[in-house]
Design a protein around this ligand. Structure first.
Ligand code: HGY
Ligand code: MN
Ligand code: MN
Length: 413
């Protein structure tokens, strides 16, 4: 890594774009939601693609809607350095998750272009489709397809929570591109992201050099009981799908809280049928998100849940079915790039620590096809997937300057 680098990104341009993009997809109540391939996301894509083009980058879109801004610097035959993240959001989101990584990547390219430096190899900024997986499961879908972990056909055929089909929606918004996913084989991939957790802020670190990322298990559970009258049915005669679902929620919380393991479990979505105040639910449908940095422990938790569901079906007289929505093993990032991140931070006088990512990211998919690692900056109160998501401007700029140095180094070698 070069010693102290005096080049700096244009902070106002980066922060201004973050705030501009952060306004795209707000509803009448001011809530920000830019779900994959929705109309608000189309506006977000058009905005970012416009910035790519204005920066003089070649804009490319692949068949699953992954967007790229390509700078064919240096020897065009050499594999490019790729840097990016995503611009789709969860529901009622903050403005930084994903967008910060894409816009900081664009800022790095524009800063390098303006500096007159001559990289040895091309550099590409990427905005991957459907990282959040809220409308279409699984999450990190665009980068998973790009890395060859899911076929384009299967991804395009995915049916969303609203009954829409991803491929049709991408075509409708004009982002079913011509390029084959994987058309650029990266030399390396780096992703800058807010931590979305409490560690950096609580311990006072400016930068996180992310060395690994935890495994993720997503399932949809359907419990079928018998609708009945809420007033006349004795408790002993009920086949109450809602009651059974509630027992799963507390089972998960009690189970993962029993030891001081890092395992986390979340029931984020739940729906009852017929969903009437005086009818015992005949059906409960809910999602289970379990994560752990250790693959064996993650499997143990999945097995424990499966056993509990069998026992519960018996005890409550209900039938239970499970659909797997996503399953990603824990990932170890490239040690060499992690070291570059630490050196780049130190050269800028920033304190950094190595850490695990609790959240899933596109980098975990890209690590299947090239050396990859991530840079984190602090999240105030560890809040994310929430409009209160916040990272101080100084930290955002620091992270982008560290990204600048790491990308510069990778593009020069
Ligand atoms: O679910 C996640 O960890 C990411 O925000 N998609
Ligand atoms: Mn993200
Ligand atoms: Mn997210």
């Amino acid at each position: 890594m070069d010693t102290k680098n005096d080049t700096r990104i244009d902070a106002d341009r980066l922060l201004g774009r973050l705030r501009t993009l952060g306004q795209v997809g707000r509803d009448a109540d001011g809530r920000l939601t830019r779900l994959t391939a929705s109309d608000p996301e189309k506006v977000g894509r058009d905005t970012v693609a416009g910035w790519f083009a204005a920066a003089g980058l070649e804009v490319a879109v692949d068949r699953i809607g992954n967007m790229f801004g390509i700078w064919r610097a240096g020897d065009a035959d050499l594999p490019p350095v790729m840097v990016g993240s995503h611009i789709d959001t969860v529901i009622n989101a903050g403005i930084y998750d994903g967008c910060y990584g894409v816009l900081a990547a664009l800022e790095v390219l524009e800063t390098l272009l303006a500096s007159g430096v001559k990289p040895r190899r091309p550099i590409v900024v990427a905005a991957f489709t459907n990282e959040e997986g809220v409308r279409y499961a699984p999450s990190m879908m665009g980068s998973l397809v790009y890395a060859g972990g899911l076929s384009v056909q299967a991804a395009q055929a995915t049916v969303g929570t609203d009954g829409s089909v991803l491929g049709e929606e991408l075509a409708r918004i004009g982002y079913a591109g011509p390029h084959e996913p994987g058309f650029l084989k990266p030399h390396a991939y780096v992703e800058l992201h807010i931590e979305q957790g409490p560690v950096l802020e609580r311990e006072g670190w400016a930068v996180g050099a992310v060395e690994n990322l935890q495994g993720i298990s997503w399932q949809r559970v359907t419990i079928d009981g018998v609708a009945n009258h809420a007033g006349t049915t004795p408790m002993s005669m009920r086949k109450d799908a809602g009651q059974a679902a509630a027992r799963v929620v507390t089972f998960l919380r009690d189970r993962v809280s029993r030891g001081n393991f890092p395992t986390v479990a979340t029931v984020g979505c739940m729906a009852f049928e017929p969903n009437a105040i005086n009818v015992i639910p005949s059906r409960a449908t809910f999602t289970v998100d379990i994560r752990d940095p250790d693959e064996t422990r993650l499997q143990t938790e999945e097995d424990a849940l499966a056993r509990y569901l069998d026992e519960l079906a018996e005890a409550e007289g209900v039938s239970i079915s499970v659909e797997r929505l996503a399953r990603f093993n824990p990932v170890i990032f490239d040690g060499g790039i992690v070291k570059m991140i630490e050196l780049a931070a130190a050269n800028r006088g920033l304190r950094s620590r190595r850490m695990t990512s609790g959240a899933g990211h596109d980098a975990q998919m890209m690590s299947r096809i090239c050396p990859a690692a991530m840079i984190f900056v602090p999240s105030i109160d560890g809040i994310s997937h929430n409009p209160r998501e916040l990272t101080p401007d100084a930290d955002l700029v620091n992270g982008a300057n560290v990204l600048l140095d790491v990308v510069s180094h990778l593009a020069a070698t």
